[in-house]
Design a protein around this ligand. Structure first.
Ligand SMILES: Cc1cc2nc3c(=O)[nH]c(=O)nc-3n(C[C@H](O)[C@H](O)[C@H](O)COP(=O)(O)O)c2cc1C
Length: 376
């Protein structure tokens, strides 16, 4: 069982994480973690916050000399912006009236959070509901990703659409995904990239925001991760849950997902073949690598729909939380579009979930034991 607990306010001192359950003996590179953190910060359409932050992990426990100990891995990622917010965010001296938020933003956690926890200042809500938290998930994903890569399991992503601008390529081969690393919007098609950037510029000019669709692929998974024997062991259910937990994600598809509901079975199900060299194999992968809640040996293909960012520079209508009078929603420094960053976060949560089922199948104490069982 691998699990992650995170803590930290968006403008607090640091984002904090504890990853428990990483087996002993896994070589971990700090540079690789920092590289993933930096990928999360990129993407055309991000707000000014990302110009301030230069996210780097500080590991406090669980790793010695670059090797995991099997004990909880505790880490922090300091928020540079805290220096500018100390007056309001200091845990004991912070001024509770500092940048108070009274006008809940439609689409954000503000209103429900304030009612639920009995606040009249939605600053208390937004500091924690903010996607700054995903920094910890990316760090944790990178740690367990380094375990998965010991077994040649590779995870990659790309952006399929931003607003109504979408790539036509379908399916996209895993090998093509590396092209997304050179794109400002993590798009593999240069022509579409230009149109996506134009769409983001247009939305920004209007004080508006955009969402989109990201795709995550995983290559090298063995057959049989997850299980059909109990509902809560089904891998597609677990993956959907972790992807839906990302801020702003409102839909998840496995393989052809919603598209497959429009077609007859003869056009959807991936026929099975066999030869001595490859064993069982398919010529298509509409199922996206999962059948019956288990990996089937094909590339895992997942898609997530991200809604547009809720903080609009041309704010929507809302009401004052206390007086109930009509007002415009709060405006907080914000991204216009964070779909490329969401793709990096999605990679990370997929790595966490796959590690959970991987450890179930191959043991959880040490890398050595896992390799022995893997090679059996
Ligand atoms: C990487 C990333 C960056 C985000 N940046 C912002 C932002 O700058 N402003 C904002 O209002 N929402 C942003 N969001 C989305 C909100 O955090 C999210 O919509 C909000 O927490 C409400 O949760 P829900 O959309 O899942 O219901 C971002 C999401 C992600 C994944």
């Amino acid at each position: 069982m691998v699990r992650l607990l995170t803590a930290g306010e968006s403008h607090g001192q640091a984002v904090v994480g504890v990853v428990e359950g990483v087996p002993a003996g896994v070589p971990i590179s700090k540079e690789v973690i920092d590289q993933h953190l930096s990928r999360r910060q990129m993407g055309y359409g991000r707000g000014d916050r990302m110009k301030i932050e230069k996210d780097k992990i500080q590991v406090l426990s669980g790793i010695r000399g670059g090797i995991t100990l099997g004990s909880p891995i505790a880490f922090t990622i300091p928020n540079k912006d805290y220096e500018n917010w100390k007056q309001g965010m200091d845990p004991f001296e912070g001024d509770l009236d500092y940048k108070k938020v009274s006008h809940p933003r439609p689409g954000h956690a503000d209103l429900a959070g304030a009612i639920k926890y009995g606040f009249d200042d939605m600053r208390h809500v937004l500091e924690r509901s903010s996607a700054r938290e995903t920094t910890a998930r990316v760090a944790a994903g990178s740690i367990v990703g380094q375990l998965l890569s010991q077994f040649n399991i590779e995870v990659a992503s790309h952006v399929r659409s931003i607003g109504n601008v979408a790539i036509e390529n379908n399916p996209v081969a895993f090998e093509q995904l590396k092209d997304s690393e050179n794109s400002l919007v993590r798009c593999i098609c240069e022509k579409t990239e230009r149109l996506m950037i134009k769409a983001i510029d247009g939305a920004k000019l209007e004080g508006d925001t955009l969402g989109g669709v990201v795709e995550i692929q995983v290559k090298g998974l063995p057959v049989g991760l997850g299980s059909y024997v109990q509902w809560d062991r089904k891998l597609d259910g677990k993956l959907a849950g972790s992807l839906m937990s990302i801020q702003g994600i409102k839909g998840v598809e496995v393989g052809d997902g919603f598209e497959s509901a429009l077609k007859p079975g003869s056009h959807v199900h991936d026929e099975i073949f066999y030869n001595d060299a490859d064993g069982f194999y398919r010529k298509t992968n509409h199922a996206g690598g999962i059948e019956g809640g288990m990996t089937n040996g094909e590339t895992l293909v997942l898609r997530c729909a991200m809604k547009p960012i809720p903080t609009l520079m041309k704010p929507l209508n809302t009401v004052n939380f206390v007086s109930k009078e009509a007002h415009q929603a709060a405006v907080e420094r914000s991204d216009t579009c964070a779909v490329p960053a969401a793709a990096v976060v999605a990679e990370a949560v997929v790595k966490m979930t796959l590690t959970e089922v991987f450890l179930e199948s191959f043991g959880a104490d040490s890398l050595k034991e896992m390799k022995r069982r893997w090679n059996e």
